[in-house]
Design a protein around this ligand. Sequence first.
Ligand SMILES: CC(C)(COP(=O)(O)OP(=O)(O)OC[C@H]1O[C@@H](n2cnc3c(N)ncnc32)[C@H](O)[C@@H]1OP(=O)(O)O)[C@@H](O)C(=O)NCCC(=O)NCCS
Length: 258
Amino acid sequence: MEDLSGQIEEHMHSFHHLAGEVKDVGSALLFSNRSLPSPTYNHATRVRVAESEANKLIADVIRYYQSMSFKACFMLYPTTHPAAFADSLLNAEFELIDEENAMIFKGKTVNARLSSDVHVTEIDGRQLDVWTKVLMRGYSLPENFQGIVQEMFTKVSRHNGSRFYQAYFQEKPVGSCLLYAFNDVATIYTVATVPEHSKKGVATALINRVIVDSSKAGCSMLYLLAGKGSDAERLYGKLGFKGVFSRKLYELHPKKQE
Ligand SMILES: CC(C)(COP(=O)(O)OP(=O)(O)OC[C@H]1O[C@@H](n2cnc3c(N)ncnc32)[C@H](O)[C@@H]1OP(=O)(O)O)[C@@H](O)C(=O)NCCC(=O)NCCS
């Protein structure tokens, strides 16, 4: 289990190297993307620190993100050392703001409801404008971030393990996702369906296509991340993915001085 979560963690980190800046301070990796003010792209992770140095690391990380006008965040995986680091964060006025389950495809899809109105194609880097628009609508992201998000995924598209998929409902683009493969391991990233076409089998079709393609590409493991208790988590369970561990995101929320 430790090996598996370590492997998935390193895989996620390799993706972040494509999506933004990474500073390695020895006891942690500090991810940043100044253009995207989201904890997903701005957090410290891979914490490996001596217990006696934990508070110093926390103070350094707070300063680092404050210098970019971001709230400091830590993403903790089961491999975090020391195990009590989360308690140190809580003592330093961090709060748990998100928890995601890493889920691995177990080799068998159960209950997939495929619709003949939906089809999926792989697109190339030149079609990322529509792909990004659909993604932004699926995640309800403000339209003014379109350029920044598209630029980030254009960078990702230059990695030869990245494949982009567009789903169509009766020829209209309504769903997007990305397959990112590295070192024999693949992940499905940013699954999104525009709200007016949800619950018609769009995400189901995207995920089924990626399952087939990652297997054809010879990947030994396919995983994805889903918000704990979310609709997406339930859907992925139906499609043959099983939770193996969770990662937790903590954000600094200093209490107001009395
Ligand atoms: C989560 C998300 C990707 C699901 O997309 P979707 O296209 O609605 O998913 P599907 O239609 O394939 O499946 C949704 C439900 O419809 C059902 N369904 C699938 N095919 C169907 C069909 N042909 N007819 C009717 N229902 C169908 C599924 O079984 C599922 O049921 P459930 O809610 O009981 O689990 C979408 O809601 C979304 O974009 N959310 C915001 C972004 C996000 O959170 N992404 C996930 C990140 S991990």
